[in-house]
Design a protein around this ligand. Structure first.
Ligand code: G4P
Length: 535
């Protein structure tokens, strides 16, 4: 195997359109694999922060650090996704955080609709874990290219050969190591940086330079250490048996370069940043109707992939996170929401620098801008400059996996409950359904934690305590049919099982998969859909 020198074609410092300097990515991992530590180290390596959570020199002049929702603090987990922007080597990196908890929500999926690349962090002692696999599947659906960071080489773990096999077998991806560990745990002796042609000591200082890794096998000093000698032999095996890095295959999402390192000990973090800068794609054309949006198009377009309230106790507002798909956005610009036809003057857009937020003056395709609003922007909305009619596609609603009836503790608060549920449904916190018969509010979520968030937020923000009751339904499916009469016949015949979502679209609630199967057999013309594009 030879590792090709990356992008001779793309020197980093030449002048190019600003969007080509953007790298918008997410980190996917299983809880505890080290995502938070790695995020902090990436920010630190870029100079965006000096130490975890501190923005250099600006801590006092900017808004204070985001104050996560109480429930997150209580549990010490991150439920809501956020954005962190940092600059390095002439590039702007936008890191979109995906919640790491196993009960993740639709937010997580939608966040992945707004990135061009992903870093998959795995713990070398554990390999590919369930949550990583789930998130990986979402990346695969969108052919998002993935760089793997095999973390915690400072601890005992699986053999690196085994890790590579596991990634290749479990994910059906080609793998190729970019940074190889020399030993592990107490025997960790350093790394071989195959792209940089360097062998490094654990503290990151240079031990050797090489032009061909073959040279290392005959290096007497290196091989004097049996641990290093064995690791070099294994590297040779890997180089013989695995494909070389190929930019196109990586960008197509078929090959993952693997970097062994340690977030905690800042080993291989710089190499990860280099790989992201050199290999991760700049903004790609955004799927949309009637035609994909070219990031080089001078007119501004963007889409809302997430709406979040209460990001900061000092800023009790709602923020729509907009991923720009084209053009150069400037503060004060007027953008039109294609869904409502309404224009909005974006006078106080925000950037998310490090952990903090600041006013955005200018942003280009690939950037994420936060737009404070009072409910005018919903997930899936397309924003445009001028009068273009264009709609970004591929931002789904997912059929909920848990369905509950909402019980109001204080019946006087029925009106507040209606408002709370419709607000939070717009935000995408949960899906809300209204039964066609009876006045029950039904909520559907993808994970149990979403129910707890919903309950906590409705109690706190709307002063309306609620509880949830089990209901005799396990599944929800949007129903559609080209033949409108047939759809009406189905809805009329199934009134007891029918509900409407927040947009008034019909939803069939099934007691079990058996009942769903039966409805599908009985009504062959009706489509039972487990996802719905945002209206
Ligand atoms: P997460 O966001 O993916 O859930 O993981 P996080 O970074 O919080 O890391 C989970 C635990 O793994 C933390 O330990 C963290 O210090 C540790 N960790 C992360 N990277 C490395 C690494 O490269 N080597 C080693 N040895 N450990 C690593 P903890 O004990 O749960 O928390 P803490 O008390 O250290 O903060």
């Amino acid at each position: 195997m030879t590792v090709t020198e990356p992008h001779a074609d793309r020197p980093l410092r030449t002048k190019r359109p600003p969007h080509e300097t953007r790298r918008t990515f997410a980190i996917i991992s299983h809880p505890d694999a080290g995502k938070t530590t790695l995020t902090e180290k990436l920010l630190a390596s870029s100079g965006a922060i000096q130490q975890a959570g501190m923005v250099r020199g600006r801590a006092n002049t900017r808004a204070t650090r985001s104050d996560w929702m109480e429930i997150e603090q209580q549990r010490g987990i991150s439920i809501t996704s956020s954005v962190m922007t940092f600059e390095h080597d002439g590039l702007t990196f936008n890191l979109l955080d995906t919640p790491g908890h196993s009960d993740f929500s639709e937010d997580t999926y939608r966040t992945l609709t707004a990135v061009d690349a992903a870093v998959m962090v795995i713990d070398v002692a554990k390999g590919i874990e369930s949550q990583t696999l789930k998130l990986f599947e979402v990346c695969r659906l969108r052919d998002i290219p993935i760089i793997t960071f095999a973390n915690k080489v400072d601890r005992e773990g699986k053999d690196p050969l085994e890790i590579l096999d596991e990634i290749a077998d479990t994910l059906a991806l080609d793998v190729t190591p970019i940074v190889w560990p020399l030993g592990q745990g107490v025997d960790f002796k350093g790394t071989v940086d195959l792209v940089g042609g360097r062998v490094l000591h654990p503290d990151g200082t240079e031990w050797r330079r090489f032009s061909d890794p073959e040279e290392l096998l005959s290096d007497a000093e290196l091989n004097a250490d049996p641990v290093v000698a064995t690791s070099l032999e294994n590297l040779e095996l890997v180089r013989d048996g695995l494909p070389a890095f190929d930019l196109e295959t990586y960008r197509a999402g078929h090959l993952t370069p693997v970097i062994f390192g340690s977030a905690l000990k800042t080993i291989s973090v710089a190499e990860l940043l280099r790989a992201l800068g050199q290999w991760a794609p700049d903004p790609r054309p955004q799927p949309a109707e009637p035609a994909p949006i070219d990031p080089a198009d001078p007119k501004v377009t963007g889409f809302v992939f997430k709406v979040q309230a209460n990001m900061d106790a000092n800023h009790r507002d709602r923020i729509a996170f907009v991923r720009l798909a084209s053009g150069t956005f400037r503060r004060g610009m007027k953008l039109r929401n294609v869904r409502s036809g309404k224009e909005l003057a974006v006078s106080n857009p925000m950037f998310f620098f490090g952990h903090d937020r600041e006013l955005a003056e200018e942003a280009v395709a690939g950037d994420i801008v936060g737009i404070p609003n009072h409910g005018t922007l919903s997930v899936g909305d397309t924003l445009v400059e001028g009068t273009q009619i264009i709609k970004v596609t591929g931002i789904p609603n997912f059929a909920p996996e848990i369905i509950r009836r909402v019980r109001l503790t204080d019946p006087i608060k029925a009106k507040q409950l209606g408002k709370a549920l419709s607000d939070l449904a717009e935000e995408g916190v949960a899906q809300v359904f209204r039964r066609m018969i009876g006045a029950d509010w039904i909520v559907g979520v993808v994970g149990q934690l979403q129910l707890e968030v919903l309950q906590a937020r409705i109690a706190k923000e709307y002063n309306t305590p609620i509880s949830f009751e089990s209901i005799n339904f396990e599944l929800a499916r949007w129903v559609a049919c080209d033949d409108k009469l047939e759809l009406k016949r189905f809805v009329d015949a199934s009134k007891m099982e029918m509900a409407e979502d927040k947009d008034g679209d019909p939803v069939y609630l099934a007691q079990s998969s058996w009942w769903l199967g039966r409805a599908e057999r009985d009504w062959p013309k009706i489509k039972f859909l487990s996802t719905k594009e945002r209206a």
